[in-house]
Design a protein around this ligand. Sequence first.
Ligand code: SF4
Length: 491
Amino acid sequence: MLSKIAQSKHLIGRPAVTPGLKLFRPGGSLPRQRAQVTDVGKALNTDGSTISPLFNTGTTLNATNSNLHPVATALVTQRDEFWRKVSVWQGVSANDFLSYRWSVAKLLKFLQAVVPELVPLDKSGTRMQTREEFIKDVLNGVTAATMAIRMTPYILSRVNWEDPRHDPIIRQFLPMKSLLMPDHPKLALDSLHETADSPVKGLVHRYPDKALFLPTSVCPTYCMFCTRSYAVGADTDTVTKASLKPTRKRWEEAFAYIESQPGLHDIVVSGGDSYYLQPEQIRLIGERLISMPNIKRFRFASKGLAVAPTRVLDESDGWVNALIDISNQAKRAGKAMAWHTHFNHPNEISWITSEASQKLFEAGVMVRNQAVLLRDVNDNVETMSKLIRQLADNNIFPYYVYQCDMVERVEHLRTPLQTILDLEARMRGSIAGFMMPSFVVDLPGGGGKRLACSFQSYDRETGISTYTAPAVTGRDKENKVYEYYDPIGPL
Ligand code: SF4
């Protein structure tokens, strides 16, 4: 499989892909096709159109219309219709925006409509580029990226379109060729060696008591820095993805392996993204895990709360009800289920996030966040502190901040190890300890997560840090020394 990926390298430099529209396919069984530039929409659950009464309030939304508990209502101070600032969505009602079914758009057409004639080329705004130059830069970036392009209307509406080039959200999801940097020679598509650590396809077993189940390879948005660039999303011009289709046969093989390992107690259901599982698939996986005597804990990983929180509030969509039901079933069985989500910047959080989080909080669903440290997105104390505090205020536990993995085509997003060390040193003590995230490095080569500050050595000159992982054994990992390499640029 990896050799197949390697063979695809000759595709680098092919012409730009043809713009077109591609809809989400619920269940994640994407056809094997090249990524399309315009993949920003989704068409899920096309029957039924009931909107949560919370939002069926016309054009002016205010907290007095809420069905929330008064304390929660006080948290939502202003329900501004922020998406109307995007020119092409000026006429979009709250009913439409809050419905999970609302969402078909074309990226190229969208950019032409929303990007101003001139946008800043540098942060000071002294140099400008034209809209056409910006769009050309994005299209050239798409041909070089390892990840397909997919963004939700919600997350697109959180972008500052007056300065898209420096926007912390755009930077995560849209590649710009002029910002890409040559890869560090140690970068790899599967930098964590997940494929090598998979006894069954789509089931990574690295830690003694925990395994990672990958039921699908589709997400509501695709992050340029994805750990799983080798498998997640549609093929791109540079990468033919390892297929992790949601087939029952593959799932049964994974379940059989989990059941056969008495030492396994904790399962992470990820992907891809659990938002792309159907409600009945959430129930199937959850009930199966609850029924296994060896499994005590499991989590569904989904970025959905960060990029499409409307779904949590959309009563016509059954995903969150399935999750809440499984959470309750797990509790009755004396087990713990959690939702692990993925916010990276405070701009991703709105009043819709707050209401969605409150709904989950009231329903007793534990939500934890796993952020990734990214250059010019969240690599300063002010931004990271604001993110952590806003997550905490929404009862989303700020579980981890990850050093960006050493995956290909993300050199421009990586930070030196020193950055994460400094962030932790400056932030610890600024918020209650149980809300303070662990700052970790997921060791290249499959050593698992280690506290960033637990390095054995760190040479700031060469940018090489070393770690050991005594608890991770097997497959010649005993006494192994793992190396993380800082990006070359800042050295
Ligand atoms: S949501 Fe997670 S799995 Fe999906 S592209 Fe982003 S980082 Fe990768």
